[in-house]
Design a protein around this ligand. Structure first.
Ligand SMILES: C[S@@+](CC[C@H](N)C(=O)[O-])C[C@H]1O[C@@H](n2cnc3c(N)ncnc32)[C@H](O)[C@@H]1O
Length: 309
């Protein structure tokens, strides 16, 4: 076997997020990858991603490094339930998703809508009628189905806590990517999956840890960003609190990376993050993101990558 073939065989397969997620970092992955700390996979053997969302960075790390311990969390209980279902019951999950996909693709556009709303009602029935959907395979499958077929892959719940995103218009969406789900399932075997606040990561972060914090973005304009991922919003006071938490973790000599929106896209004098993270290195990178719904300032805008290394 040539060295090249061995390298190809040894290379881990690139795994992809299983959901579209608001604020997903797929588009910024090259910039973020270039900010991984030196020593990752050598002296740095742990990874923490306390605001995991769709996990674009998690899956990049899992595809390229063999780390000893990994920890992810999120306050979206249904998302966490889906991660656990993929890890623990991937074959049953694939069967359910394949059945949803076969049905969805075989019917006409009017029926697709009706099917979407019936699935949404069933999902909400499970949400409302049980104390917790934890461990429910059907909830996990419906969560993925709705993400792949709803408008823009958004996750939004109303005051009662029920999912209320309308149907999207897709002809042949991939609802079941079995190969990717199987790769995710085996990659997650070693990952601690926690439902809850990012502060739980204090039990884990130490001087052998790389932690990536990707909180809900600070809105650039009043109408722009979508920060209500769950019923709990993430306002300026919360951004501040997070910066104190990150500073406390820096004292443990962990390698820390934080991303956020750059307020200077709108107001050059807005130093909100420059002040909060004055002891850190702040890199401005370009991302393609739409600032507001009217499409003003469309195109490349700058985002922040903040690190203590
Ligand atoms: C910008 S998204 C992360 C996107 C992710 N990096 C990706 O590539 O998909 C922020 C995530 O933080 C979660 N979140 C909001 N408040 C939180 C909190 N206090 N603790 C932990 N997670 C939180 C949201 O549910 C959301 O999934």
């Amino acid at each position: 076997m040539t060295a090249e073939t061995t390298a190809v065989l040894n290379a881990k397969r690139q795994i992809k997020p299983f959901v579209k997620w608001a604020g997903g970092k797929g588009q910024l992955i090259n910039e973020i990858r270039s900010k991984y700390p030196e020593g990752l996979g050598k002296s740095i053997v742990k990874y923490a991603e306390p605001f995991v969302g769709g996990g674009a960075v998690l899956f990049d790390i899992l595809s390229h490094y063999n780390l000893k311990e990994l920890y992810i969390s999120d306050v979206n209980a249904e998302l966490i339930n889906a991660y656990k279902a993929i890890r623990e019951n991937v074959f049953e999950l694939i069967d359910l998703l394949q059945a949803y996909q076969d049905k969805y693709i075989s019917i006409g556009s009017g029926e697709k809508k009706a099917y979407f709303y019936a699935q949404r009602s069933r999902y909400n029935e499970l949400l409302v009628n049980t104390d917790s959907t934890e461990g429910s395979l059907e909830s996990a499958a419906l969560f993925i189905f709705l993400n792949r077929t709803c408008f823009n892959g958004l996750y939004r719940v109303n005051k009662k806590g029920t999912f209320n995103v309308p149907a999207g218009a897709y002809r042949k969406p991939t609802i079941c990517n079995a190969e990717n789900l199987l790769s995710i399932s085996s990659a997650l075997k070693n990952v601690k999956i926690i439902y809850g606040d990012y502060k739980k990561s204090k039990d884990f972060i130490d001087n052998k840890t790389f932690a990536y914090f990707d909180p809900p973005y600070r809105p650039l304009t009043n109408t722009s960003s979508f920060t209500a991922y769950s019923q709990l919003g993430f306002n300026d006071a919360k951004q501040e609190e997070l910066s104190y938490f990150v500073q406390a973790m820096a004292e443990r000599n962990a390698k820390l990376l934080v991303s956020n929106s750059d307020p200077k896209n709108i107001d050059e004098n807005d130093n909100f993050f420059d002040i909060l993270y004055s002891k850190f290195n702040i890199k401005r990178v370009k991302a393609s993101r739409i600032i507001n719904s009217k499409g003003e300032a469309r195109g490349k805008i700058s985002e922040l990558l903040i690190s203590n290394y």
